[in-house]
Design a protein around this ligand. Structure first.
Ligand SMILES: C[S@@+](CC[C@H](N)C(=O)[O-])C[C@H]1O[C@@H](n2cnc3c(N)ncnc32)[C@H](O)[C@@H]1O
Length: 303
């Protein structure tokens, strides 16, 4: 959704944060649009992918700093120096086609020989295999149900645990082969995508990072600065929607009170209340974009 993102960039932007820079596609478009004087701060949890962005953006004249970390750790990485200074912050959530095809970390259920890893950051945290060993059947069923809306989660969780205990769960092909027995052939791909989504969200604690990150990042916007978030599934989009609504209307007073006594002041104003979907042309060009939803909000002057 590059055009939609560019349309939200303030005309006089000096400092941009691409907090999920990935392969640098959005970052490149933003810098080319904004001009050579603009500085970019780029984050990504996946250091391999961050290096691809570095390669792609190398020829641009702009000052660019790279942070191989989660945007949720923006405070640790940028400290106070950059607080209240960003004109534009972009979060393009989820994972990219490059990661699906080339990471070697099992992000795609079609890459049968890859390990059950699923970490964005391959240098820290536990792999999927390690997490599965430490989680019981009930816990795994909850994850499949809550993060992937998997029907029959309990039965699938039991089979996964049994296969692992018997030494029969060693790679992507093993897990896909086991999971696909739960659905009709015509629903296979959708079902496996949901299983993989649930496990990836779990391994990377994606919703926790989003929750922490959104809250932390507001303080880095300057007044009238814009935060734009593109999400790829309803769990993320719901969080972003609620977050922006709460920034706009944080009052927690009971409705019966004639005036606010909680003292909470709005910090942001939503730019359009509905999420934007990609154009038909974009979905035709890139069918994976069809579930993307873009939301944006502007920091208020007196927040
Ligand atoms: C859809 S891709 C971004 C693509 C990018 N906008 C482009 O134009 O190439 C999402 C990226 O977010 C990264 N990511 C996911 N969670 C993250 C987090 N908590 N902090 C930083 N990056 C994250 C992934 O590693 C991936 O590179």
């Amino acid at each position: 959704m590059v055009d939609e993102v560019l349309a939200l960039l303030p005309a006089d932007a000096k400092l941009i944060g691409d907090m999920t820079v990935g392969g640098g596609g959005h970052a490149e478009a933003l810098l080319q649009h904004a001009g050579r004087e603009v500085e970019l701060i780029a984050f990504d949890r996946d250091v391999d992918f961050l290096n691809l962005a570095r390669e792609r953006l190398r020829r641009l004249p702009n000052k660019i700093s790279y942070f191989p970390d989660s945007y949720a750790n923006v405070g640790d990485q940028l400290g106070d120096n950059y607080r209240g200074r960003f004109d534009f912050l972009l979060l393009d959530l989820g994972l990219s086609s490059w990661q699906l095809q080339n990471s070697g970390r099992g992000f795609s259920f079609t890459q049968s020989d890859e390990p059950l890893d699923l970490r964005f950051d391959a240098t820290s945290g536990q792999t999927l295999s390690e997490k599965l060993s430490e989680t019981d059947e009930t816990g795994l069923a909850t994850i499949l149900r809550e993060f992937g809306e998997i029907r029959g989660a309990r039965r699938l969780a039991a089979e996964i645990k049994a296969a692992q205990a018997e030494g029969n769960l060693n790679n992507v092909g093993d897990l896909a082969g086991l999971a696909e027995r739960h659905v009709r052939t015509d629903r296979r791909n959708k079902y496996l995508a949901q299983v993989w989504q649930a496990l990836r969200i779990w391994v990377n604690e994606e919703l926790k990072h989003l929750d922490l990150g959104l809250t932390a990042l507001v303080a880095y916007l300057k007044p009238a600065g814009v935060m734009t978030v593109i999400s790829f599934h309803s769990l993320e989009d719901r969080m972003v929607k609620k977050f922006f609504a709460r920034q706009e209307n944080p009052c927690i007073c009971p409705p019966r009170l004639p005036q606010c006594v909680c003292g909470r002041k709005p910090t942001m104003k939503r730019i359009g209340k509905k999420a934007q979907a990609p154009s038909d042309a974009e979905v035709r060009r890139n069918p994976r974009a069809r579930s993307a939803r873009l939301r944006a909000a502007r920091r208020l002057f007196d927040s």
